[in-house]
Structures are given as structure tokens and as C-alpha cells.
Design a binder for this molecule. Structure first.
Ligand code: TYD
Length: 253
């Protein structure tokens, strides 16, 4: 309770919501980066500071590991060695970027995270659960996402979307280490992600990603607000006052 001489606004103003760590997962071409951009826009409207990042990568060391793997240089080492490399990149990403931003009060939205290792190298690549669990424990050091969106669609449709985008952009794409795998691989990958969602119902939400971009963005925003009700208080504050609460001036990067 505030002391009697404190202003009323102190009690009624919405509190600074805790910064949240949200990850986006799924196969190739399901629209993760578009939907992260849309969520950043919603958060910015409420004045919630947020940063976007991606895996593999996000920090200079992790980006170095990214280019090594995606150029295909680790392919002959096998899925287990690749899982170790992804975990090494992730540990740096968690310690150098994710935790410091959360501690500074900024939401972190990551394009892929640990579930990608479990889906690609584990459930699809054949690395056993025990090894994936151990690597995850090491890399995350307890920093599990608060919420994970699994954007789900048939790989055939996702591939068509990627091809169409490349044609519109007029840039011929060179498939990376994983994109060049066949359709069967991508079907197993999709099943892998769905298995992860079933195993982690408290953290993961499956969103059908084959719909219209606006509809998918609206569904994601609905789920975020449902999961973090403190955002609704902020939204009401913005609606009444026409601006974000002082001190919330957020930057979507
Ligand atoms: P990227 O170009 O970022 O692909 P996308 O746009 O689909 O996210 O390349 C990342 C690739 O690395 C992608 O094919 C998924 C794969 N990957 C893994 O196999 N394991 C992992 O742990 C991560 C983070 C990514």
C-alpha cells in the first residue's frame, strides 16, 4: 500500500510489466520473421521495449558458428556435432544478448531457439533425447522462453511461399545446409515440432501459419495478451491517455 501522502496515480498506474522471452519456431518459409515484425509493432504501440534476434546467431561468436554450419562445413561431422555447435552458439546468445536485455526490461523475440535443435538435429536428425536435454541444459542455464509459437503449415505450401517470395524479389536463392533437404525430411521436421508442442503444453502454442498474414498476426497478438494479461492494462492505459505510459518508450529493433 502506498503511504497516504503519495499521489493516487502511483497506485492506479499500470506497473512496468516484466520483460518476456518469446520464441518463434517452425520449418522453412512459415513466416516467422514476418510475424516477429508484426508482434514488435503491437508491443511498440504499447510502448513496450523489445528486441528481435535470431538463431543460429544473435552475437558475433554465434554468427561465426552460424556461417560455418549453414555453409555446410559441419555437414560431414554429423547431427550430434552440429547439435553441439548450435548449443555453443546458443549459450553465447543467451548470456550475451538474451539475459542482459531481459534484465534491462526489454522483451526478447527470437527467430528460432532451442526447439530447433530438438526438431532438426534431435527428432529429425536422430540425436537422442538425452543428449539434446543435456545440451539444452548447458546452453540455456535455466533461461527457458516464457512462450513459444510454433508456426505450423504443410511444407509443400511453405516451399511454394519461399519460391514465390524469391520470384517477387527477383533474387535467385541458394538453399542452405537444411533448405536443400527433400520434402520427406521437412515432413518429419514438421512432426518433430508438433511433438515438442505436445510435450510442452505450458510453453508452446501451435498456430496455423498458412492463413492470411493479418489473421495470423491477430491470433498471435490475442495469445500474447491472454498469456500476459498485464499487457491489457497497458493497452487500456494507452486507449485512455492516447500514449504509452511514461518510461515505456520502447524500441522495436
Ligand atoms: P535460417 O536462414 O535462419 O533459416 P530460417 O529462415 O528457416 O530460420 O537458417 C537457419 C537454419 O538452421 C534452418 O534451416 C534451421 C537450422 N537450425 C538447426 O538445424 N538447428 C538449430 O538449432 C537452429 C537454431 C537452426
Amino acid at each position: 500500500m502506498p503511504a497516504a501522502d503519495e499521489p493516487d496515480e502511483f497506485e492506479t498506474a499500470p506497473h512496468l510489466p516484466p520483460a518476456r522471452f518469446v520464441t518463434f519456431e517452425g520449418g522453412e518459409g512459415v513466416g516467422k520473421s514476418t510475424q516477429i515484425r508484426r508482434l514488435l509493432g503491437h508491443l511498440a504501440r504499447l510502448g513496450v521495449a523489445a528486441v528481435r534476434t535470431r538463431e543460429p546467431g544473435g552475437t558475433p561468436k554465434a554468427e561465426a558458428i552460424r556461417s560455418f554450419i549453414l555453409q555446410g562445413r559441419s555437414e560431414e561431422w554429423g547431427a550430434a556435432a552440429e547439435a553441439v555447435l548450435f548449443a555453443a552458439a546458443r549459450h553465447d546468445h543467451v548470456m550475451q544478448l538474451i539475459v542482459p536485455n531481459l534484465e534491462a526490461g526489454k522483451w526478447v523475440l527470437s527467430d528460432r531457439f532451442a526447439d530447433s535443435t530438438r526438431a532438426y538435429q534431435g527428432l529429425t536428425g536422430g540425436v537422442d533425447d538425452k543428449t539434446i536435454d543435456a545440451l539444452e541444459e548447458l546452453a540455456l542455464d535455466g533461461h527457458q522462453p516464457d512462450l513459444t509459437f510454433l508456426l505450423d503449415m504443410e511444407p509443400e505450401a511453405a516451399f511454394r511461399r519461399v519460391a514465390q517470395r524469391a520470384e517477387e524479389d527477383g533474387v535467385p536463392t541458394v538453399p542452405d545446409r537444411f533448405e536443400k533437404e527433400g520434402i520427406e525430411y521437412h515432413r518429419r521436421l514438421r512432426d518433430g515440432f508438433l511433438t515438442i508442442a505436445v510435450r510442452n503444453p505450458g510453453r508452446c502454442v501451435v498456430v496455423a501459419a498458412d492463413g492470411d498474414e493479418n489473421a495470423v498476426a491477430a491470433e498471435i497478438w490475442r495469445i500474447v495478451r491472454e498469456r500476459f494479461p498485464e499487457l491489457t492494462d497497458l493497452d487500456e492505459h494507452v486507449a485512455v491517455n492516447g500514449h504509452a505510459q511514461d518510461g515505456f518508450a520502447g524500441s522495436g529493433e
